[in-house]
Design a protein around this ligand. Structure first.
Ligand SMILES: *Cc1c(COP(=O)(O)O)cnc(C)c1O
Length: 337
């Protein structure tokens, strides 16, 4: 048995998803003629309460397109120090967008609007850098799948409106936040000017992300995506997987959350994790020698993610069932004793 808990990106398309891909109606999407891509974009926009959507190969691309829409070169994007945009997108905001970034310190992915507001810079004179937009992440990846509550996000919107700022949501795992909190996707969506959503994480599609925003912004986003090399042709085969994922794989994320909690509760007595900190499908691990543990576990069919020598994580997803969870607990317990 092999249980791969390194990430929720490792899922392989289910048989039903492959069949949907096989049957997909396709056309040249650079000409706007791929019916499956158009359907996926409209569907995602509708779910999030936005006017239009744009399909792209990755969440990094939808994030980067979004921040280029909101922030001009030389202006500033404010975001948290552990955000994906800062930590995992290879400096693209600076390299591609010419965007200046500054960050507030973030420990566990929670949002404190009062703290964020203290970081906002206004344009005081020609030589200052003005904050133009703020980006937040929900659920928060490096924070351990943290869900940011809708009340705090409403406060963020009110603060942004008062200060004349735009808001981007990196919602790579917004589906998980929605399922864990019961807050409708559109409630989240309406608070942001742009939202980026991943289909290739817990939703189980092989490739793809969608950016949603206003019709006008999405039109501009098409040019930015093309400039970045993200114009795809018969992408409907991939979009069909995304449509299938939206139709069939959102509510089942609740199972991933239950399994993550089961893992954390079983492992907590070994001092390696905290069950109370598990909000969605991510279990953070803290322990010295994790790299060694990961090596031995891997030999016994359990793959875990090591992010640093004493910092790792487990992610549950579509391809991890109850047997996989029990096998993982058995293997890790035997190694932790
Ligand atoms: C995975 C992820 C992304 C996008 O990653 P890609 O690998 O580029 O699709 C963006 N933001 C967060 C928070 C993520 O977890």
């Amino acid at each position: 048995m092999l249980v791969d808990l390194r990430s929720d990106t490792v899922t392989k398309p289910t048989r039903a998803m492959r069949e949907a891909m096989f049957r997909a109606d396709v056309g040249d999407d650079v000409y706007g003629e791929d019916p499956s891509v158009n359907e996926l974009e409209a569907k995602a926009a509708r779910l999030l309460g936005h006017e239009a959507g744009l399909f792209a190969p990755s969440g990094s691309m939808t994030n980067q397109v979004a921040i280029q829409l909101l922030v001009s070169p030389g202006e500033e994007l404010l975001l948290d120090s552990e955000s994906h945009i800062l930590a995992h997108e290879v400096g693209a905001a600076a390299v591609i967008g010419g965007i200046s970034t500054r960050s507030w310190p973030s420990a566990d992915g929670k949002l404190d609007v009062d703290l964020v507001e203290r970081f906002v810079h206004e344009s005081l004179a020609y030589h200052t850098v003005a904050t133009r937009a703020i980006a937040v992440e929900n659920t928060h990846n490096r924070g351990g799948g943290t869900v940011i509550g809708i009340e705090e996000l409403r406060r963020l919107r009110a603060m942004a409106d008062e200060r004349g700022l735009l808001l981007h949501l990196d919602g790579a795992r917004l589906w998980n936040a929605h399922v864990a909190s019961g807050v409708p996707l559109a409630e989240y969506g309406r608070l942001f000017d742009t939202v980026s959503l991943c289909l290739s994480k817990g939703l189980g599609a092989p490739v793809g992300s969608v950016l949603v925003s206003s019709r006008e912004r999405v039109e501009r986003a098409r040019s930015i995506r093309k400039r970045m090399g993200g114009g795809m042709r018969q992408a409907g085969f991939l979009a069909a997987a995304g449509i299938h994922a939206l139709d069939h794989h959102i509510s089942r994320l609740a199972d991933d959350h239950i399994r993550a909690r089961r893992l954390a509760e079983a492992l907590e007595p070994y001092g390696i994790t905290s069950a109370a900190a598990v909000a969605t499908n991510i279990v953070l691990l803290r322990r010295t020698g994790l790299d060694r543990l990961a090596e031995v576990a891997s030999a016994q069919g359990v793959r875990i993610s090591v992010l640093g020598r004493d910092h790792g994580r487990l992610l549950t997803h579509l391809d991890v069932d109850d047997d996989g969870v029990e096998h993982t607990i058995k293997v890790l317990k035997s190694l932790l004793c």
